[in-house]
Design a protein around this ligand. Structure first.
Ligand code: SAH
Ligand code: SF4
Ligand code: F3S
Length: 444
């Protein structure tokens, strides 16, 4: 820690990396700082910089260290001062005091402890050690201020942590055991978000479909949120195949506000690799599950995550992944090269795959995924759908929004951010759509 006391910061900046839950946490930390009377600033000007970090792959972690150096340099160049730096998020949890040794930062705060940030800032200003990576039993949510600034598409964390222990993954170590937030707390926050301007809520969890409150599962919660007037769309992410209940599948048929989109990571199409990953589902059980999902909601857009080059992955295993992709026809997907993470079982496995092999497989995988995404987009050509306007486009009069299937849609319109408009899809590109508004027909 810095030996000399510093002044209490008056301005702050929060930079988040990684998953959507980190974005949610970053917003909540910003609200905490606002409630403390600090004002937001650019990173180069801020007295306090919070880096809300991701540990999922080595690259993400290394980026934190290069960022710290760069931010200090920028601040010195701009105003000659040294900002107070707080490392939050999953790298903070995983590396703790090591970060202080390696990068001489002022504050380290884990993802379950960030409600203590004001106290940690005060400690750091006094020149005291300010490290909190505790995972308290009572959740941080009760200690956070209410939401103030809300965009039309807002995130709402309903579940955190993971008990699945996939052999490649750090999340169970950085986010702790699976915990569900309580029913009433979620419903209250959802209503507050809608009152503050949200039209779409995405329910977040590392295993969001494992959410439960006694006998009630995620589909019961979605049915309750469906009753909130002013809320137009509900989404949830990320789901695990083993927690996909029939009730949740049926919700895609029965609840109109629940959007036809499902992100259901599979990671590999090879049973041998799935077993080594400790995924606890097989290729076949995953495919049969998707059949039930599609039966309930035929137009659903399917999304997934893939890892190439897991230790021991042969060309035959990789081809099993390609053939699974062919069978499913994903509307979009994320794909990654396997990255060994310290402390995970897979990092110590024999037969790590050479980087060139991984590069080559990733290219082939992404070519297949891009082909399917383009084909999915092409199938929406000529369809009429709702678009929720999220921001201005680059051209005059152009706005950008999302289709029910989570595609970006460009359109010329007078509609404002947060409006839902009926659009005919007139052009389908591989990464986005363009549409024509049905005037004056507004949809809800
Ligand atoms: N809870 C979610 C998401 C976890 S992290 C789930 O289980 O699906 C998001 C994605 O990062 C994972 O789905 C996986 O594809 C990828 N990932 C996780 N650990 C990784 C690693 N060590 N190397 C490469 N990709 C990884
Ligand atoms: Fe990681 Fe697996 Fe848990 Fe997803 S289910 S967060 S990949 S351990
Ligand atoms: Fe990264 Fe932590 Fe999310 S490791 S993906 S920020 S849960």
């Amino acid at each position: 820690m810095k030996p000399a006391p510093q002044k209490l910061p008056r301005t702050f900046a929060v930079k988040s990396f990684g998953c959507q839950m980190n974005m949610y946490d970053g917003d909540r930390m910003a609200e905490l700082m606002l409630a403390q009377g600090l004002t937001p600033a650019d990173t180069a000007d801020a007295d306090l910089i919070v880096l809300n970090t991701c540990h999922i792959r080595e690259k993400a972690t290394e980026k934190v260290y290069s960022d710290i150096g760069r931010l200090r340099k920028d601040a010195r160049k701009k105003h000659g001062g040294d900002p107070m730096i707080a490392i939050a998020g999953c790298v903070a949890q995983a590396e703790g005091a090591e970060i202080v040794t390696r990068a001489n930062v002022d504050i380290v705060v884990g993802p379950q402890a960030y409600h203590n940030l004001p106290e940690l800032v005060a400690k750091a200003a006094r020149g005291e050690s300010a490290l909190d990576t505790g995972m308290p039993v009572e959740t941080k949510f009760g200690a956070l201020p209410s939401r103030r600034r809300v965009p039309p598409c807002a995130f709402l964390t309903v579940q955190e942590g993971c008990d699945k222990f996939c052999t490649y993954c750090v999340v169970p170590y950085t986010r702790g055991a699976e915990v569900s937030r309580g029913w009433q707390q979620i419903v209250d926050e959802a209503k507050a978000l809608v009152d503050a301007g949200a039209r779409e809520l995405t329910l977040l969890g590392q295993n969001v479909n494992a959410w439960s409150d006694g006998p009630r599962g995620l589909h019961h919660l979605i049915a309750e949120l469906d009753k909130i007037s002013g809320l137009a769309r509900i989404r949830y992410t990320t789901s695990h195949p083993n927690d996909m209940t029939q009730g949740l599948i049926d919700a895609h048929r029965d609840i109109e506000k629940l959007m036809p989109f499902l992100h259901l990571p599979v990671q590999s199409g090879s049973d041998r690799i799935l077993k080594a990953m400790n995924r606890s589902h097989s290729r076949d059980s995953y495919l049969r599950l998707l059949e039930r999902v599609v039966a309930a909601r035929p137009d659903i857009a399917l999304s997934g995550d893939f890892i190439v080059g897991f230790p021991g992955e042969t060309e035959a295993d990789f081809r099993d992944t390609l053939s699974l992709i062919d069978e499913v026809g994903y509307a979009q997907a994320f794909s990654f090269k396997y990255s060994p993470r310290p402390g995970t079982p897979a990092a110590g496995m024999d037969d790590q795959i050479a980087p060139e092999e991984m590069d080559e497989r990733l290219q082939r995988l992404q070519a297949a995924l891009n082909r399917d995404q383009a084909a999915f987009n092409a199938r929406t050509l000529g369809r009429r759908c709702s678009v929720l306007i999220e921001r201005k486009g680059k051209l005059p009069g152009q706005m950008l929004g999302k289709s029910p299937w989570l595609q970006s849609v460009h359109l010329l319109t007078d509609a404002a951010i947060g409006d839902l408009v009926a659009v005919d899809i007139a052009r389908a590109d591989p990464n986005s759509l363009s549409g024509v508004q049905r005037i004056p027909e507004l949809v809800s």
